[in-house]
Design a protein around this ligand. Structure first.
Ligand SMILES: Nc1nc2c(c(=O)[nH]1)N[C@H]1C(S)=C(S)[C@@H](COP(=O)(O)OP(=O)(O)OC[C@H]3O[C@@H](n4cnc5c(N)ncnc54)[C@H](O)[C@@H]3O)O[C@H]1N2
Ligand code: MOO
Length: 392
């Protein structure tokens, strides 16, 4: 058995190289740019009014001005302003040629159809968005490794970008082992349990933007599992086997992985829950044998799989490490790192009631793990403990 630290090092050491792809902007939200993005044109593409009012030459601000026409947003007709002239103008509209300033309509008066500016504080260039003020043609508008937030995709749309190079989310295969699994919504026969692991794994995968997820079930037979794993390895980047990884007579994952040419990196970690975790590689593919107990499966996913996936997608690890004061004693024997389902709020953290790995009741209420190290004998109320905040 290896330590948690050694396991993490082995997994991150084997992490896949990043791949990138060109996607339509509408699908890029939540991903990370893989290349610098250059502006192809000036934005705004013309000198633009930022107010409803009148476009003038600043030097004319003290004269009575003739209004020669109107510039509305979207107009393709350009007007030319000569000395002593103004145009009506609206927010977003192009400035007429020769104008350099916009006076707000609240700060004028009209005398016999002529315009008199009544703005003592008016500055040259007021209420004008200059051509190229957002980005100038040819500059890097967005650097590689930028997270595409809603504002970021909005910005790219605003500079006319319709496609963007992003790091590709890996293709993930989930393989469920076990003859006892039943789909939620159907009646349970004797000995059956509802299948929960793929549901929770898909929920996290979807959240971080992994789109290509397949779920397959394999009966507890070596040949069947081998066939399913082989096909998954041919078509996916990461394989998440669930169950069948312990020492029972039907726990075939390590054997089948070996038969499929997977190189075992480790099997079993000094931790609870999730002790039987298996990890192997085949070329640049990663194969995780997650323990079948639902709580163990999800704990191992958060601690070991999520960081690799996020790294591969250029995302920062969403499992945030902090420390907090624990509200209750929690004794344990030394020898295993414990990941306790817990609730964090305002600098304090409370271990939750049900820690057994077959249950998800407390996990459903948890927002973090308390991490009690291998050598520790637990914690006392008031002590500072390590906490891993779970992504929402
Ligand atoms: N003699 C020993 N027995 C066990 C040991 C051990 O060290 N010696 N380790 C225990 C630990 S710890 C764990 S964790 C489990 C892991 O077992 P497996 O990974 O082989 O998983 P299974 O036996 O297939 O299933 C365990 C448990 O989880 C339920 N399960 C499985 N898949 C799902 C699913 N998709 N959705 C819901 N529930 C699932 C399954 O029905 C079992 O109850 O081994 C211990 N045994
Ligand atoms: O490690 Mo197992 O995951 O405790 O039940």
């Amino acid at each position: 058995m290896i330590s948690v630290k050694e396991a993490k090092q082995l997994i991150m050491g084997a992490a896949l190289t990043k791949k990138s792809e060109l996607v339509a902007l509408q699908y890029a939200h939540g991903q990370v740019t893989a290349r610098d993005i250059r502006a192809m044109i000036d934005i705004p593409n013309f000198h633009q009014s930022s107010m409803d009012g009148y476009a003038i030459k600043y030097e004319d601000k003290d004269s009575l001005l003739t209004i020669i026409g109107e510039m509305a947003a979207g107009t393709s007709r350009q007007l030319v302003l000569n000395k002593g002239e103004a145009t009506r103008i609206f927010t977003g509209a192009p400035l007429p040629e020769g104008a350099d300033t916009v006076v707000m309509q609240e700060r004028i008066c009209l005398e016999n159809g002529k315009l008199l500016v009544e703005d003592q504080t008016l500055l040259k260039g007021a209420n004008v968005r200059l051509k190229g003020a957002e980005v100038e043609s040819g500059v890097i508008a967005m650097a590689a490794e930028t997270y595409l937030s809603p504002a970021a995709v909005g910005f790219l749309a605003g500079i006319g970008c319709a496609e963007v190079w992003v790091y590709s989310p890996p293709k993930v295969a989930i393989i469920l082992t076990g003859n006892e699994l039943q789909e939620p919504g159907r009646p349970l026969d004797f000995g059956q349990v509802y299948e929960a692991n793929s549901v929770q794994l898909k929920a996290v995968l979807n959240k971080i933007g992994v789109r290509d997820i397949t779920v397959q079930t394999a009966e507890d037979q070596i040949e069947v599992l081998q066939d399913v794993l082989q096909k998954a390895l041919d078509t996916h980047d990461i394989v998440l086997l669930n169950g069948g990884v312990s020492v029972g007579d039907y726990d075939f994952v390590p054997l089948v992985a070996q038969r499929c040419g997977v190189e075992q990196q480790f099997h079993k970690i000094k931790q609870k829950p999730g002790k039987p975790l298996f990890f192997g590689t085949k070329k640049d593919k990663l194969i995780f044998g997650l323990p079948g107990n639902p709580s163990s499966s999800l704990t191992c996913f958060y601690e070991y799989v999520l960081p690799v996936l996020e790294n591969r997608m250029g995302l920062t690890n969403s499992l945030t490490e902090i420390t907090a004061r624990v509200t209750h004693d929690y004794p344990k024997a030394s020898g295993l790192t414990h990941f306790l389902k817990a609730s964090y709020s305002n600098g304090t953290v409370t271990p939750l009631h049900a820690q057994e790995s077959f249950r998800l009741h407390s996990f459903a209420q948890a927002n973090c793990f308390i991490v009690l190290p291998e050598e520790s004998k637990g914690c006392l109320a008031g002590e500072e403990v390590a906490v891993h905040l779970l992504p929402g």
